[in-house]
Design a protein around this ligand. Structure first.
Ligand code: PLP
Length: 265
C-alpha cells in the first residue's frame, strides 16, 4: 500500500496529509503541479517532469523552495519509503501559499480494451489559458471531462476557432499518409508527447508539429491521445466522425508497442 508522502519538511502518512483551508490552492485554485509515473521502481522521464514543474512554478510567479536535485532525491526517497519496486505515480505540488508536497498514488490502469479497440472522444469549445503550465486549476478540464462522460466518451478535446488543441489531460496526434502530426502551439508540452516525437523520429517517421483543423478529421488515417496516465491511447471516433476504418491504426499500434518497451526497460 502507498502510504508515505512528503509534506513541507517531513514524511507523513496519508491520514496526515493535510493543508490549511486558507491556502491559496483552496481559496483561489492557485498552485503548480506535475505528475509522473514509476515503472518497476524507476521514475519515468524524471528530469523532464521536474524541469516542467520548475517551469510551471516560475510561470505562475511562485517561488520554488527546492532545487531540482532536492526534488529528485525526495522523489526517490519516497519510492523507497513506500517500498515499491513495482508501479506507482508521483504528484508534485507547490500550492499558492508555498506548501510543497510529493504525493504517492497507485497508478491508474485502464482496461485493455481501450488500447485494443480505441476510445471515443468529443470536442469541447474552449481554450486553456497558459497552456504551457501545469496549474492545479483544472476547472475547464473538469467541465469538459463531465461533458465527455455525459456523451459516453472517454476524453474531451479542446477546439477553438476551428483548431484542435489537446485533450483535458492528454496531447492529441493524427496520422495522415504515414506522417505523424501534433499541434505545436497552445498546448501543454507533454512529456509523453516528447517521448513519442523522439521515438517516431528515431524510426524515421515524418513528424510535423503544426495546427490541426477540425475539418481535417474526416480524412485522417489515425488519431491517438497521449499522457503520462493514459500512455498512448487510440481514438476511433471524435463526435460523429469515424476515424480511418474505425479500428486502431498501424502507426498507433507500433508506437504503443515501442512506448511500452521504453517503460519496461
Ligand atoms: C492539458 C494537458 N495536456 C497534455 C497532458 C499530457 O502531458 P504528460 O504527457 O506530460 O502527462 C496533460 C497531462 O496531464 C495535460 O493536463
Amino acid at each position: 500500500m502507498v502510504d508515505f508522502h512528503y509534506l513541507d519538511s517531513k514524511w507523513v502518512r496519508t491520514k496526515d496529509l493535510k493543508i490549511s483551508a486558507f491556502d491559496l490552492a483552496v481559496l483561489r485554485g492557485y498552485g503548480a503541479f506535475d505528475y509522473l509515473r514509476v515503472y518497476k521502481g524507476k521514475p519515468f522521464m524524471l528530469d523532464l517532469h521536474i524541469e516542467r514543474f520548475l517551469h510551471s512554478i516560475a510561470s505562475l510567479k511562485l517561488e520554488a523552495s527546492k532545487t531540482k536535485q532536492e526534488i529528485e532525491e525526495l522523489i526517490l526517497e519516497g519510492i523507497k519509503k513506500n517500498q515499491k519496486d513495482g508501479d506507482l505515480s508521483v504528484r508534485l505540488i507547490l500550492t499558492g501559499s508555498g506548501v510543497f508536497m510529493v504525493m504517492y498514488e497507485e497508478s491508474t490502469v485502464y482496461p485493455d480494451k481501450y488500447y485494443e479497440n480505441g476510445i471515443k472522444a468529443v470536442t469541447f469549445r474552449e481554450k486553456r489559458v497558459r497552456p504551457d503550465v501545469k496549474s492545479i486549476n483544472y476547472e475547464t478540464a473538469m467541465i469538459a471531462a463531465n461533458f465527455a462522460k455525459e456523451k459516453g466518451a472517454f476524453e474531451a478535446i479542446f477546439v477553438d476557432d476551428g483548431k484542435i488543441y489537446e485533450g483535458t489531460n492528454s496531447n492529441f496526434f493524427v496520422v495522415i499518409d504515414k506522417e505523424l502530426i501534433t499541434p505545436k502551439f497552445g498546448v501543454l508540452k507533454g512529456v509523453t508527447r516528447q517521448v513519442i516525437l523522439d521515438l517516431a523520429r528515431k524510426r524515421s517517421i515524418e513528424v510535423i508539429e503544426r495546427d490541426i483543423e477540425l475539418g481535417e478529421l474526416s480524412s485522417v488515417d489515425e488519431v491517438f491521445i497521449a499522457s503520462t496516465r493514459k500512455e498512448i491511447m487510440p481514438v476511433i471516433q471524435v463526435d460523429d466522425i469515424k476515424i480511418g476504418n474505425g479500428q486502431v491504426g498501424d502507426m498507433t499500434n507500433k508506437l504503443m508497442e515501442e512506448f511500452r518497451k521504453l517503460t519496461k526497460k
